[in-house]
Design a protein around this ligand. Sequence first.
Ligand SMILES: [Zn+2]
Length: 441
Amino acid sequence: MYRECRTQSCLIGLIIAFFPLGMPVLFNTGPAYSQEMNKIAAPQPDSVVAIVGGKLIDGNGGRPLQNSCIVIRGNQIVAVGSRHETPIPKGAKVFDAGGKSVLPGLIDTHFHSRDSVEQPVNFELHNGVTSFRDPGHPFKYYTTLLASDARIPRVFLCGGHLDAPPVVWPDQAAVITTEDEARQAVASHVDRGASAIKVYFRLPIEHIRAACQAAHDRHVPVTAHLELVDADDAIEAGVSGIEHITSFGTSIGTSDQVKQFKSMVSADSGARREWRYRLWAQVQLEKNPRVGELIDLIVQRGVFVSPTLAVFERRAGKKDATAAEAAGFKNMLSFSGRCHKAGAKLVVGSHTWVPFAAQGKAYLREVELLVEAGMKPLDVLTSATKTGAEFLGVDDRLGTIETGKLADLIVVDGDPTTKISDLGRVTKVMLNGQWVDLPSQ
Ligand SMILES: [Zn+2]
C-alpha cells in the first residue's frame, strides 16, 4: 500500500516537473513517511559476505531452515537458501554460523531516549535492535544522537506527542487546543521527518480525528497511548497503532469501573498509574462481548498492537506489588494473548526501562512476556522483525531475510524458536551490510 503511495507521488511529481506553471501543488514535498532520520553507512558495493551453516529464521514465520547460506553484496541480501544449493561467490568473506541462529535485525517500536548516544547503542544496537521508533519524544532529544558519528540503529521519530492541556509531559508535548492546531502539528512534524504521529491520552477524540486526517494526507500513520478515549473510538477515528495494552482498558471494563477510572484520571493524570491496575484487575475477559467486539475491530482494521507488557509487569510478592497490580497484569497478559490468537498484529516495544530487566534488556523481557501471554516463540520472532517493519512502514526493504532486502541481521547462540531467551545471546549484528563491533569481541 505504502509503496503505491510513493509511486503515485513520483508520478504526480513528474507531472508537476513537466507542467510547473499554474498547477496546484498536488502532493507534499516532505520526506517519505518511512524514512529513518539518519544515514546508515554501507560497505563497498562489491564487497561480499556469506553467512553459512546457521539456522535461518527469516522473519516470515515459516519453518526455520537448517544449515543455511545467506549471501550479502554491499548492503543487500542477494541470495538465501540451503548451504548445499547456494553457491558462495569467489572472494566472499565467510562467517561460520554453525550452531547458531540467524534472524533479521530486531525492530523496537517503542523506545525512548533523551540526549543519549549510549542508550541507542548499548541498549539497542548491541542487543540486536537495528531499527527503533521513539513514539513521541520531541526531535530535539535526538539532536545529540543524530549529530554523533557513533554507529547507531536506524532511527525513526514521531516528534513531540500531541496532547491537550493540562498536558502530562510539558517538556515533550505539542499542546493542542483546536483541530487546526492538531493539523498544523502533524504537518510540521512530518516536515521535520516524522514517520508516524503519536497522540497522547488527554487529546479529545475530535482532535485525534483531525490529526489522523492530516497524517493520512501525508501517508503517515497515527499511533496512540490512550486512557480517557476508548480504543474503539480512536480506531474508528483513524488510529492504526495502539501503544500499551493498558490503552484498551476503558473499552472492555464495566461502565462503573470505567466511569470511576476516567474521573480519577481526568482530575489527575498521575492517577492512571494506580487506577489502570484497579481497572484491569476487575476486567472480565471471559464471556464479555465487548472483548470480542474490540478484538474483531483491531483485526479487521489491521491495527498494530504494541503491548509493552514489560513496563507494566507486576508480580505477587515481588517489588511491593499490590494484589490489584498483580491481578491487573495477569489480565493484561491474557488480553494480549487473545489479540494474537484472533489474528491481531502484535509488535515488540521495549519502553527502554522496565522493572524486571537489567539495563538494556527491556526488549528481551518483552519478548519473554509475549511468550508467557501465549504466543509461540516463532510468532514472537515474526512480531519482532517482519510485523515491526510493517508498523514502521519499512517492510519493503527491512524486516525479513530475503533476496533484495537490506542486510540488517543478527546471529544468536542457540535457538530462540525453542527458547525465546536465546534472543538475548546476540553474538553478531550486521547493520546495512556491515558487521557492528560488539563490546565483548
Ligand atoms: Zn512510551
